[in-house]
Design a protein around this ligand. Structure first.
Ligand code: ATP
Ligand code: MG
Length: 242
């Protein structure tokens, strides 16, 4: 069904987050315009996963605020709009693949859940595992199921933490096609520059819990020398700030 409304904006304002003595985020501020697709880059431990968990309301910041289309992330309105793929996806292990999808689809209020599940099973090459218990799946197939659960309700804003981890090459291509087809505001954390270049227009680079650079992928490329791979440019920028 075609959505006529604009996807929501995403705003983080001066977010700080401590885990005990560890200051994971330090005054993080950035904004995604409605429908914007953005990659969240940064070295290990920079705060990407923490940022995504705060955006979806799983963690509360120590200070600052988040708005999803103007709503707090814990609100009903924001929850309805959001889809989230965590870095440590953990669907119900004692449910089958199909049961997980039907259960989450029903909770999400998806119309014609069964048909939607059928389409996702086929497009994500999960059909042969539909009756398999999640506890017996390979890691890649768990990741495919987690992706299905993140998008089953056609979210208008999507937060993805390393979405292509563990996926075989055909499924990576399928997932890229599915994500490109969604009319959603997108923030994707990744270490793979190809994910950023194929799925997004803009980059937010963070290090030690703060934004160190933001700009378009074109601007990022232009920071490099003629013919220099974009990975080299990013590596240099991140090494400078580590
Ligand atoms: N539950 C936790 N308890 C204590 N410290 C934590 C916890 N989760 C994260 N941290 C710390 O917070 C900081 C940010 O971690 P986070 O997982 O957000 O980084 P990341 O950018 O997602 O890293 P990666 O690229 O390795 O996934 C790190 O210093 C990490 O050790
Ligand atoms: Mg992470």
């Amino acid at each position: 069904m075609e959505k006529s409304f604009l996807p929501p904006s995403v705003e983080l304002n001066n977010i700080s987050k401590n885990y005990g003595d560890v200051q994971a985020l330090k005054g993080l501020t950035f904004k995604l315009e409605p429908g914007e697709r953005c990659a969240l880059l940064g070295p290990n431990g920079a705060g990407k996963t923490t940022t995504l968990k705060i955006l979806v309301g799983l963690l509360s910041p120590n200070s600052g605020y988040v708005k999803i289309g103007g709503y707090a992330p814990q609100s009903q309105e924001a929850r309805r709009m959001m889809g989230y793929l965590p870095d440590d996806a953990s669907p119900y292990r004692s449910f089958s693949v199909r049961e997980n999808m039907e259960y989450i689809g029903a909770l999400r209020g998806v119309d014609n859940v069964s048909e939607k599940v059928d389409r996702l099973l086929d497009s994500l090459q999960l059909r042969e595992y539909e009756k398999a218990k999640v506890g017996r799946l390979s890691r890649g197939n768990v990741q495919k199921l987690a992706m299905a659960l993140a998008i089953i309700h056609d979210p208008s804003v999507l937060f993805l933490d390393e979405p292509l981890n563990y996926l075989d090459i055909p499924t990576q291509e399928t997932v890229i096609d599915i994500l490109k087809g969604l009319k959603a505001t997108l923030l994707v954390s990744t270490h793979i520059m190809e994910v950023a270049t194929r799925l997004t227009e803009r980059v937010v680079m963070i290090s030690h819990g703060s934004v160190v650079w933001t700009g378009t992928l074109g601007e990022l490329k232009n920071l490099g020398k003629e013919g220099e791979p974009i990975e080299r440019v990013v590596a240099r920028m991140l090494t400078d700030v580590i």
